[in-house]
Ligand binder design. Structure first.
Ligand code: UD1
Length: 359
């Protein structure tokens, strides 16, 4: 019996775990244990995703919670080490680029346990992003590197990662997206029940570079105000961003900007499906909109997911109100009827990972 421990903790991890958890649950020769670090702990940031994605109840919850990066990472490490000693896994799987990912990879590798990284090889080359540090360190420590796109494999090769460690398996988020798409399509995004609504933009913002500097955040809110003159804005607000908006004492200038709580996965998908543009700094939304053919404006100077720009519908925009306003006008109406097909973004990534981790 092979023991595999998956470690997740933050919202974007859950959609990457779910498809693999389902495949491994069907394997009698694999004991798959799930550790939730507790990095995200709210109903809206964690529980609703676990439920919707039908992830088995985590076997361990480390209750790490929010803190500075060093404290959060250290707490997860201290609490994950005894779990490894107790369960003696053959492999620890980590997902994406959050603090939980690097913390678990450090613990496992120092105990001599093999590490597998799902979503390896992505690089923004922007060292001011905590996620870039997490990605590079995690990949360096990993024995199995599962890449979502060929550019990710190229990055790893250029860094000297031996080719036999790298497995091009495709994008596991698309497995989750595909499994919930029928349910998301069944309904309209605007909650008005008749399937007809005025065009709207979906906005999500939570990167420290966009929301932690009051002047930068104010400029973005000005941009949204400008965009809202032409189309409604529906903005599910991340807790970090909500706190920063409250610090600025900013209120939406009209009912054309609606601030929402973080949305459950299917509701978010539904909202995006019926929008005519998404304005975001999220990694996952760049991929989801690309898959669905919906124009996406990413308010960042770089992306670790360049394939969404070259083959998908993503475009990077500067965080200035004139630029964002002009970009929205340029891309609305460009929704693709035939969304692009990106290599191995086909809903079978979890299966391919399972063939490697439990041959
Ligand atoms: C983390 C990830 C980021 C990912 C994002 C998705 C890192 C370094 N960053 O950023 O890559 O895109 O999650 O959401 O791991 N909070 C709550 N409730 C929660 C969780 C957080 O209120 O359930 C608040 C806390 O005030 C906390 C703040 O959000 O201080 C930030 O949370 P944290 O998990 O530290 O980082 P994120 O900004 O969410």
């Amino acid at each position: 019996m092979r023991t595999i421990v998956s470690v997740v903790g933050a919202r974007p991890n859950f959609m990457k775990l779910a498809p693999l958890a389902h495949v491994l649950a069907g394997r009698a020769d694999v004991k798959h244990l799930i550790v939730h670090t507790g990095q995200h702990y709210d109903e809206g940031m964690s529980e609703s995703f676990i439920r919707t994605l039908r992830i088995p109840r985590p076997d361990f919850n480390l209750g790490a919670g929010s803190a500075s990066h060093a404290q959060q990472t250290a707490t997860i490490m201290q609490r994950f080490e005894p779990v490894c000693l107790e369960t003696k896994p053959d492999l620890v799987l980590v997902y994406g680029d959050v603090n939980s990912t690097v913390a678990a990879a450090l613990v496992a590798s120092k105990l001599g346990i093999k590490v597998g990284h799902v979503e390896a090889g992505l690089r923004s080359r922007d060292w001011s992003m905590p996620e870039e540090i997490n990605r590079v360190v995690t990949d360096r420590l990993s024995d199995l590197l599962f890449t979502p796109s060929r550019d990710a494999g190229d990055n790893l090769r250029a860094e000297g990662v031996p080719a036999e460690r790298v497995h091009f398996v495709g994008n596991i988020m698309i497995d989750s997206l595909l499994s919930l798409l029928p349910e998301a399509r069944n309904g309209n995004g605007n909650g008005n029940g008749n399937g007809k609504h005025a065009p709207y933009a979906v906005v999500t913002l939570h990167r420290p570079s966009n929301v932690d500097d009051p002047a930068a955040l104010m400029e973005l809110l000005r941009a949204l105000t400008e965009v809202s003159r032409e189309r409604r804005i529906l903005f599910p607000v991340h807790p970090r961003t909500r706190a920063r908006i409250a610090d600025l004492a900013w209120q939406p200038p009209s009912e054309r900007i609606t601030l929402l709580e973080p949305l459950p996965y299917i509701e978010m998908l539904r909202l995006v499906l019926h929008s005519d543009v998404v304005i975001t700094d999220s990694g996952g939304l760049q991929e989801e909109t690309s898959y669905l053919g919906i124009p996406c404006l990413t308010v960042r100077e770089n992306t670790e997911r360049p394939i969404t720009c070259t083959e998908g519908t993503n475009r990077l925009v500067a965080a200035r109100s004139e630029t964002i306003g002009a970009a929205v006008r340029a891309v609305v109406g460009t929704r693709r009827r035939q969304p692009p097909t990106i290599e191995l973004w086909d809903g079978r990534t979890a299966q391919r990972i399972a063939e490697v981790v439990a041959p």
